[in-house]
Each structure stands twice: as structure tokens, then as C-alpha cells.
Design a protein around this ligand. Sequence first.
Ligand SMILES: [Mg+2]
Length: 386
Amino acid sequence: MEKAKIARIESAPLIGQRPREAGNNSRLNIHGIDVHLQVMRLTTADGASGFGLCFAGREEARQLLGRDISHLLTDDGRIASAARAFDFPLWDLAGVLRGAPAYALAAPGDAPIIEPLRVPAGQCLRVPCYDTSLYMNDLGLDSHEAGAALIAEHAREGYEKNHRSFKIKVGRGARHMPLEAGTARDIAVIKAVRAAVGPEAGIMIDANNGYNLNIAKRVLAETADCKLFWLEEAFQEDPELYEELHRWMASEGLSVLIADGEGWAATALMDWAREGFVDVIQYDIFSHGFSHWLDTGAQLDDWSVRAAPHHYGRHLGNYVSGHLAPAVAGFTFVEWDETSTPGIDASAYRVEEGHVLIPDAPGFGLALDEAVFRAAVKEGGWELRL
Ligand SMILES: [Mg+2]
């Protein structure tokens, strides 16, 4: 890595908006329209810059000022452990300095970018994604039929935006509806979404720990014809109950994957993944971090366990998550939370036939609107200069 001293650090809050208000999940109330980002930009003495989501504060960031980026990277081009609080801006900056996308820097040197992931005609990386916007916006509707039709309409809207896989929030009976009615509503919604998006689409359900083992069995049994791809956070992860769920599914001829790990993940979750109780690990892309995800992904590949990082509510996860795909064989999906944020130019990315097309541009291939970002730094952010 060439010499490049960090001479300026700026951090600013930006607010994005979803096209549709996100409703409840099984445990929380309405998630709303707004999406809050904190963006840090690192600029070198020569004027090269990289940016990304980063919640590190001014005092923590001061340690970077005047440091040469070569001291923040390991010999193999990864981010040094001590600098991982600045993971995303540093990966972006390293990509800018090297003229290479983050996914190319992240993939092991002896394992070239996996060819089938590329779009044949171009240089884009093509990574499967799912529409994660199907929240419980139906709770104000009395009839299951009307509620299911509303969520199915939202799924169709995603389909029109080129999504081919969809995740539905379930567990209405955990808090927001009486147990029996909420469970019946979940089942009606799943069936309506399947009918709306056709037999080829991927459908996942996410209970945010709002089910128990028996409710999970009932929902999976009654939606067996919907061929769900995964069940996420059915209940607080428990190897005993997950083992029983796997055993029961095998006896029923069901093959729904068990996904877990987005929040408050049990410290033993990786052990349970290794032992086969959990099929898909979902640590958050930002709180776990890109660099830690590379380590975790390699471990999961050794065990043939899938990876699908969670990222809901930070917008930039739509773009950065898929950069892991060439390095992690089991990378299954980018979680796509449709949002637009003034100040962030993500026009190099697009969703096409259920895949995120990731540009062959330096770093994460995103750009800042200078005027919007500077105004945000002045109004609600901070900066440090050498
Ligand atoms: Mg979830």
C-alpha cells in the first residue's frame, strides 16, 4: 500500500427515507419512514477520500489523524484489528487508493472472484438479494383477508422493483394481536404473498423471537405448500429447541432453513451453527463489521453454514454487504431495505432479477454529494484536520 497520511476526518448525520412506512415487527411498534445514518469521511493529505457508516466519535477518531493508511492495514490488505472501529471508511479509502472495489480487496488473493457471480456482459458483481420491507402494516385491518391482501400488494411492489425474494415479518400473536388471531393472520399473509409473487420467488419469514416451538411447527405445517426458504429468529435461540425443530421438519418432509444471529445473539451461536442447529448466520453487517464478517464467513464456510448479514435500518448495508460475496462461499443474500438518502449517491448500484448489481468501482462504489454532506458536517457533525 502506498503512503497516504490521513489529514482530515469528517462525520455527519444523514437522514434517508423509505418509500413506504415500515410497520411493526413482532416485538416493536412502527419503524417508520426515516432511516438514520452516521457517515464518516477520511481524506488523505493528497486529497484521496473514502467514506462509510461509522459511529466512532471525535475523540476516538483523533487517533487516525496523521496516521499513514499503511499502518492501519495488515500485510494482506485487511483492516488492522485496532482500526476496525473505522472499518467501512477504511475499506472504501483502501479501495480508492488501490483503484479496486472492496470485494476484490476482500477476496483471498489466491481465490479469484468467482466467475458465476459476474454479469457476463460487464464487470458488475451480481449478488442475490431480498426485499425486507414486508412489515406488519396490516394491523389496523380487521379481516385476515384484507390484511393478507395488503402485504401481498407490498410484495408485488417489490416484485415490480425487480425483487425476486421476500422476507415477511411474522409473530403478530406475540404482542400486537391475540395469539390465535395473530397466528392465523401470519399464515394468511404468507399464503397471499406466495400467490402474489409466484412459485419461483424465495420467501422467508422472521418472527423476531415471537414464536415458540409449537407455534413455529404449526406455521410451518400450515404453509408447507409455500416452500419457505428460511425461518428467522423463531424464538430466542436454543439448541435444544432448534434440534427438535430440525428433527420435526425432517419427519414432516420440510426443509426450511433456520436463520438467527441478528441481535442479542447468544455467545454460543457459532457453536450451534457448527453443530448444525442453525443453518444461516445473520450477524449485523455494521455492528459485527465487514472485517469481522470476513473472518466469520471463512469459519462458516469451513462448516458449510450459510451467511446472510442483517443490516436493516442503515441504508448503506444494501450496497456494502454484497462485497463479502466473493470471499464467502456461503453468502446467501443481501438484505435490501429500500431507502434513498439525500447526500448519498448510490446510482452505480441497481437491483435486477433478484440480484444486486455491484459496480466495479473503487471501494464501495458510492459517492457523497459534497454540498449536502458539508452542510450536515456543519449543522450536526464534526471534523478534525491535521
Ligand atoms: Mg430479523
